[in-house]
Design a protein around this ligand. Structure first.
Ligand code: NAP
Length: 306
């Protein structure tokens, strides 16, 4: 039985693993995909303190992983399908095994929200993408559309200008939500055009995306715009399905914790984007992870479980 099991190896989970392992808790971190989470597929992270020129997301998270391993955290690849609390321990059920732990940190983050329009599902992977860093290079010299007006949408639009001939941002209001510095860069970039007050009604094509039907919310007018790729960046939904009956969630599905990252279930903590909070960034995720691991350590000590 582990002292601490962390679910999710994004920055919050990796930071928790570093702090847990350094506190000499036997620590396992379970990840269903690749370590690093959303940060690992971010081209460049410019606002994580300490890197004057920014740092690649993959590089930063790989270093966090190595750091956690150096202190003895174990990595386990697999998906936790169910969490059970049994007396003073947790049972984490994976497909082919069950991990037992005295404390658990939930750090499963969030996943890209779907538009929910006709054609989106059908053309996912055939012109519809949720990750410019992953798929941008396929659109060299082609035309792409980005949906959304937040930091992700504008960062993706800027990144896509390295490949695409033109990038059209479709946003449902007439002003962006993104940070001012990103807005300034986007407005200055000649490859980026904006379609304001508009939403996507349908994505059409044959074998791959060929056009997007966009509706202006003010006039009601619909226009069909030819594009080769659509990048959807309209926010995130928390990965809380497996804990919805265990912990308190807010109306958007994020886990409510106190400032020690405690969920209210003794021994169960949450950290990073999965949590109700005001700022979701790498810098706040790693802070959450550190606090959660220290709280888990205190919990074990107070209950004489170490
Ligand atoms: P976000 O801030 O929630 O923005 C989502 C955008 O999509 C908003 O502009 C929203 O419009 C629009 N939207 C939402 N649902 C929509 C729908 N159904 N149809 C059309 N448009 C829709 O999400 P995000 O940009 O992914 O950012 C998530 C968090 O990560 C934020 O806290 C952000 O600051 C952070 N982040 C930071 C950085 C950075 O610091 N460099 C980079 C990436 C992400 P409205 O504006 O009208 O609501």
């Amino acid at each position: 039985m582990y002292d601490l099991a962390i679910i999710g190896a994004g920055p919050a989970g990796l930071s928790a693993a570093i702090y847990g392992a350094r506190a000499r808790l036997s620590t396992v971190i379970i990840e269903k995909m690749y370590p690093g989470g959303q940060a690992a597929i971010t081209d460049i992270i410019e606002n994580y303190p300490g890197f004057t020129e920014g740092i690649g997301g993959a590089e930063l998270t790989e270093a966090m992983k190595k750091q956690a391993e150096r202190f003895g955290a174990q990595f386990l690849n697999g998906e936790v399908e169910k969490i059970e609390k049994q007396n003073e321990k947790f049972l984490l059920h994976l497909k082919n095994e069950t991990v037992e732990a005295k404390t658990v940190i939930l750090a499963m983050g969030a996943q890209a929200r779907r538009l929910g329009v006709k054609g989106e599902k059908e053309f996912t992977g055939k012109g519809v993408s949720y990750c410019a860093t992953c798929d941008g290079a396929f659109y060299t010299d082609r035309t792409v559309m980005v949906i959304g007006g937040g930091d992700t949408a504008i960062e993706e639009a800027l990144f896509l200008t390295h490949f695409a001939r033109s990038v059209t941002v479709v946003h449902r209001r007439n002003e962006l939500r993104a940070t001012k510095i990103l807005q300034e860069r986007a407005f200055k970039n000649e490859k980026i055009k904006f379609i304001w007050d508009s939403v996507v009604e349908e994505i059409r094509g044959a074998d791959a995306v060929q056009e997007v039907v966009v509706k202006n919310l003010k006039t009601g007018e619909t226009t069909s715009i030819p594009v080769d790729g659509v990048f959807v960046a309209i926010g995130w939904d928390p990965n809380t399905a497996i804990v919805k009956d265990l912990v308190k969630l807010n109306e958007k599905g994020y886990i409510i914790t106190d400032e020690n990252m405690a969920t209210g279930v003794p021994g169960l903590f949450a950290a990073g984007d999965i949590r109700e909070k005001s700022l979701r960034q790498v810098v706040t995720a790693v802070a959450d992870g550190a606090v959660a691991a220290v709280s888990a350590e205190k919990y074990l000590e107070e209950h004489q479980m170490r």
